[in-house]
Design a protein around this ligand. Structure first.
Ligand code: CO
Length: 136
């Protein structure tokens, strides 16, 4: 059912410091920060040569950011979610729901940061990791 890994999202308490670590210490390409007010996050994309999957650095933006709650529990930051690509997010959702897996929110896909439909799956059903599905 799953296709490629699209991205791994890392919540970071200090976005500038994280950018400096990836860009200067690790020597990979980082984007300019992008504010996504609806998601309550500021993101920076980290790109790897020859690799379609990327890392997203996530930092809280505004009130009630889901990342703020995550950082309260993980003050040094940590992995927030993994995003896998699927051919059809509705087909994938219905199949997983049929297996008893829980979809977060109202269960309807919304358009994510990449302009594609996305869904999030309950971490308790996936061994402790929040999973995002993105239509390829
Ligand atoms: Co994501």
């Amino acid at each position: 059912m799953l296709g490629r890994i699209n991205h791994v999202a890392l919540a970071v308490p200090d976005l500038e410091a994280a950018v400096a670590t990836y860009r200067d210490t690790l020597g990979v390409k980082v984007s300019e920060p992008k504010d996504l007010p609806k998601e309550g996050v500021t993101t920076v994309f980290v790109e790897f040569a020859g690799e379609t999957a990327h890392v997203e650095l996530l930092h809280p933006l505004g009130e009630n950011s889901p990342i703020a709650r995550f950082l309260e529990q993980n003050p040094h930051g940590g992995m927030h979610h993994v995003c896998y690509e699927v051919d059809d997010v509705i087909v994938a959702r219905d199949r997983l729901k049929g297996e008893g897996m829980r979809v977060l929110g109202d269960g309807e896909p919304r358009i994510g940061a990449h302009g594609k439909p996305i869904l999030f799956l309950h971490p308790k059903d996936f061994h402790g990791t929040l999973i995002e599905l993105q239509q390829a």
